[in-house]
Structure formats: C-alpha cells, structure tokens
Design a protein around this ligand. Sequence first.
Ligand SMILES: Cc1cc2nc3c(=O)[nH]c(=O)nc-3n(C[C@H](O)[C@H](O)[C@H](O)COP(=O)(O)OP(=O)(O)OC[C@H]3O[C@@H](n4cnc5c(N)ncnc54)[C@H](O)[C@@H]3O)c2cc1C
Ligand SMILES: Cc1cc2nc3c(=O)[nH]c(=O)nc-3n(C[C@H](O)[C@H](O)[C@H](O)COP(=O)(O)O)c2cc1C
Length: 589
Amino acid sequence: MSRQNLLPRTAPFGDGERASLDAVLGTATPVQRAWLAGFLAGLDAAGGQPAVAPAAPPKAAEPLTIVYASESGNSEALAGNVAKLARKQGFKPKVVDFSDLDVSTLPKAGKLVAIAATWGEGEPPARAVRAYGELMGEGAPRLDGVQFAVLALGDTSYAEFCATGKALDARFEALGGRRAAERADLDLDFEKPAADWIKATLKALAPAEAADNVVAVDFARAAAGEDDEAEPSREPLVVEVVEHVNLNSSRSDKETIHLALAFEDGAPAYEPGDSLEIFPENDPQLVDEILNAAGLADDAALRKTLLAERDITTLSPATIERFVKATGHTEAQKLIDSGEARAWIEGRHLIDLLETYPAALTAEHLGTITRPLPPRAYSIASSRKEVGDEVHLAIVAVRYETHGRARSGVASVHVADRIRDGAKLRVRLKPNRHFRLPQDPATDIIMVGPGTGVAPFRAFVQERRAVEAPGRSWLFFGDRHFTHDFLYQLEWQEALEDGALTKIDVAFSRDQPEKIYVQDRITQHAAELVSWLDGGAHFYVCGDAKNMAKDVRVALVKAYETSKGLSAADAEAQVAALERSHRYQQDVY
Ligand SMILES: Cc1cc2nc3c(=O)[nH]c(=O)nc-3n(C[C@H](O)[C@H](O)[C@H](O)COP(=O)(O)OP(=O)(O)OC[C@H]3O[C@@H](n4cnc5c(N)ncnc54)[C@H](O)[C@@H]3O)c2cc1C
Ligand SMILES: Cc1cc2nc3c(=O)[nH]c(=O)nc-3n(C[C@H](O)[C@H](O)[C@H](O)COP(=O)(O)O)c2cc1C
C-alpha cells in the first residue's frame, strides 16, 4: 500500500524531512508503525537514549494482576491508573473487580496489586463481600511465590480505618505471599500519595533488570493511542442553584432539599446512577469558634482557608496525635497514652478538642492538624433527557446533638441553610458504572429507595419515560410520615399515570404504632417480586447502608424461601447469583 503525504504541512519538520518521513511511513505496515510509536515513546521516557537496542527482540511483558474492592469508584479508578502506568513500564496488566474475582486463580498471579476500600463499619465494599469472604476463609488457596502489594483506601474519621486493606495485606502474607511493597493506608485526600505509592510499587515489582531502566511499552496500545486517552477533568465546575425547595412539609422533623443546578457550559455527560460531588463550605460560626479557641480570631486569611478548604469537624486519633505533636500538650498526650482517645472522640469534633485542651496555636498548626475538606457525594436525581443541562439532587440536612452541643453536617446544612436560588456551588461528577439501568429498556426494574435513597430512582424513571422503555418499573419508597415526608409524591403519581412507573409500594414507619419499613413491603409482596425477578428484572437498592440495605437483602432471601419453598441456603444462592450477574445493584451510604 502506498500512502503519501501522511505528515501535515504544520508538522515541525522541513520540507525535505517531511518527504523522507512520508516515504518511510507511507509504506510502513501497521506492525512497523506500532513498533516505531512504541520505540519513540520509550526513547522519550529514557531521556533520549535508546535504553534497549532497537534491533533486540521485544521481551515478553510481565503479567501483573490488579484486583480492586470498590464501592464508590475510587479504588477502581486507582486500579485503572496502576494498569495504565504498568503497561507503560512493560507489564501486561489485568484488572479484576473483586465481584468477578475467582480466588482460585490468585496463586498463578505471580505479581499482585490489591486496592481496597473499607465501607460500613470496617467492612469490605458490598460487591467484594463474596470474594473477600473466600479469601479470608479456610478454603483460600496458598499464595506461595506470589509477590503482592496492597493499597488501602479509607477515612480516618471511621474507627476501623482502612480495615479491609489491612486485613487483605495480612491475609496475603499469611497465605505465603511475599510483600513487595509496604501497604499504604490513605485518607480521603488520597490522590497524590496514591500516585506516589503506585510509582514506587511498580518499581518494586519490576524485574530486577528493568526496575531502573524502564522503557518497554505495549506497542499496540501505544500505537492505538490508548495511553493518551483524555482523562475527564477532576477540576470542580461552578454551577448555579436554580431551584432550592424543601421536599418535606413544614411540620416534618426532617428537611430534604431538592436542588436544581444549572451548568453554564453544558452539564457533564452523566448517566442515571451517577453521583455529583459538592465541595461544601464550613459553618462560618464554627470557623469563628475554632479561631477563638486557637487564639487566632484576627487572622482573616486563615478564616478564609478554614471556611472553604480544611476539614474542621472530623476528629480522629490521628488528629489528636497531630495536635499533640504541634503543641506538646501534656494532658492531650495523657489521653492518647491512656488508650481512651478512641472512646473520647466518639460524638466529638475538633472544636471539643481545642476547648478541652486549650493551647495557643498558629495557622501552620491548624494546617497540619486538619485535613483537606473532602467533597460529599449526592446521587443524581435527574435524567439529562428530561432536564437538559441541569442536575437535580435531594439532600437531607444532617442535624443532631452530642455532648451538649448542636452539630450540623458540613455539606448538607451548608446547602440547607446557606444556599439559595442564584448561589454558586463547586461540584464534580462521580460516575458509577455499577449502578446502571439495564441496557435493554424492555427489562423490568425493581427499585428500593427509602428517604434520599429515592433520588437515583427519580433519574431512572425520568430516563425510562424519555426513552419510552417498555419494561415495567416498581418502586419501594419509605420515610417517617405519609403527610410530611413523601418525597416527590406528585411526580410518582404522574409517573404512574403516564406509565413511566408501573407500581409503587410505600412504608411510612411512624404512621402507626408498629414500625413498617420497605423490607416489610418486600416480604408482603414476596411472590410477585420473585416472579418479576424470575422474568429477568433488575433489583436496585439505594440509601442507608447500616441497616436498610442489609435488611432488604435479608428480606429478599426470605422472599425466595417463602415464595419458592427453598431452603435458606438455596435462597441465599439465588440472591448471590443475582449479585454475580449484576442484576442486584446497590448504591448505599
Ligand atoms: C455515593 C453516595 C451517594 C449519596 N447520595 C446522597 C443523597 O442523594 N442524598 C443525601 O442526603 N446524602 C447522600 N449521601 C450522603 C452524603 O454524601 C453525605 O454523607 C451526607 O450529606 C452527610 O454529609 P454532611 O457533610 O452534611 O455531614 P458530615 O459533616 O459529613 O457529618 C456526617 C457525620 O456526622 C455524624 N452523625 C450524623 N448523624 C449523627 C447522629 N445522629 N449522632 C451522632 N453522629 C452523627 C456521623 O459521623 C456522620 O458520618 C451519599 C453518599 C454517597 C457515598
Ligand atoms: C458509608 C461509608 C462508610 C465508610 N466506612 C469506612 C470505614 O469503616 N473505614 C474506613 O477507613 N473508611 C470508610 N469509608 C471511607 C471509604 O473507604 C473511602 O471513601 C474510600 O475512598 C472509598 O473508596 P471506593 O470509592 O473505592 O469505594 C466509608 C465511606 C462511606 C461513605
């Protein structure tokens, strides 16, 4: 094949050079071009020196298995980053979700990187539970000869910080694996330390001769441009609040804000099931209390930083340790030494520490004691097909009292109390490809979403209406009182009328003496629900992770037992099969 003038006139070469390159490239085979692309990429990586003789036969890439246990996508994204860098460094990476992991294959992994988040109260992410259980169980295979490294994601505000990653790291070693790199336990500001860990770990896992001399490239992918895929921007976007409505009645003891956000330059390409992260601001009154307690009331620059950038509520053992290191406070040191710190921080915030253990602090001290203010995720409650360049959210204000002090959730109360129509917010899309409508719109769906758990199902119903999905849709909703807390009640009625929703079953827990929850409605409709599932329906759960999601799963197992006369074990196997085939999906928090 003869292809002339491949290089554009704008290419940074003289006319003669362009002609020479065209002469070579125009007749090169795809394999030759791929080789050249890889060679040039490798040459750049090695600072312009060919680190392997171009004529040498390419070395077989080193297999690397990367497993991830993820709920909200952070570990999954990092697993992708490991794979990308590993490929550039001559590995042949394979990325495996824990939900698809066949534990018996691990002994053959050779080199293994695990990235694991912790959820609930020190538990593995829901999709990882099966494989995690198998790994921890007696039947787990030996991992002799496997080199491994674990990256643990978590949140220092939880008592069981990074428990899943810690347990995996210990388990791999107990099964005979060899730790190639020390585990890192990362907090919510994990991006930079994770990137550093990945770099160092791949170096540690690389074959000895390649570790200092990494130029091998997956030529085919490099040539296909796959390593240069444009990453979606992680920078927050500024949006305008165009609707701010309390969905609860004025007599409710809850306050759920329906927020409509408009994107000036077009909404990001979100799908029903995705979330939107809000970058909140702290309560100005709390900022002032902290500045006063620290003796820094006059520092206007620090006030601004504390308002928008630092986490000034979370109190963890690590916060106390950093406080003691910064101040040398002997009484606070005693709290750590006594082993009581974990119990003491329960229900307390940074302000309690500063007021109980007064110390003159500097702005730098507060900088080292606090961590960056993390964004909060909210399920998107709209479909672009219905709302265009808007995103809708439903946010319940978190307010409670502990140790005699009224406390407010940072983001939810920022939205409820200090944001109104016309205000600006910084947001970022958080996609979730594990919480998706069925590809075939003829497939039935069952949605269980009490409280704000209903938010993504508003998006699902809008989407199914827009595409005129022929599949049936069944919603289970619950809250406290029918009269005060029936979120989006009129919209569900309209959807029932226009056919976007086929059925709704509601459970209002406090409208009668005995508590009734969505799981009770599932039990009540067990036979019909199981018949929908037998017909191929997908089952979705969103909302409270601590109790509701677990109780719903138990109720579904029971529904199989009672409606089909199955044993508990066989009913459990039915639900597990739904999970494995991704027909049971949950987005819980
Ligand atoms: C994927 C995902 C989707 C989500 N979708 C939604 C949604 O659609 N709508 C929604 O409202 N939320 C949603 N959330 C939850 C949301 O991200 C926030 O966690 C929530 O709004 C609280 O954030 P905050 O900043 O207001 O509170 P924070 O300042 O983070 O405080 C919350 C913390 O306060 C403490 N606390 C709360 N209540 C009490 C109490 N009674 N007693 C003692 N301590 C208490 C707990 O430690 C809790 O973790 C979602 C979360 C995830 C991960
Ligand atoms: C409801 C909930 C429970 C969590 N529980 C814990 C926990 O017990 N321990 C911990 O270290 N981190 C906990 N985290 C923090 C997550 O591990 C952290 O956000 C992590 O980055 C999530 O990674 P993923 O997106 O891969 O799931 C929890 C987060 C949420 C929202």
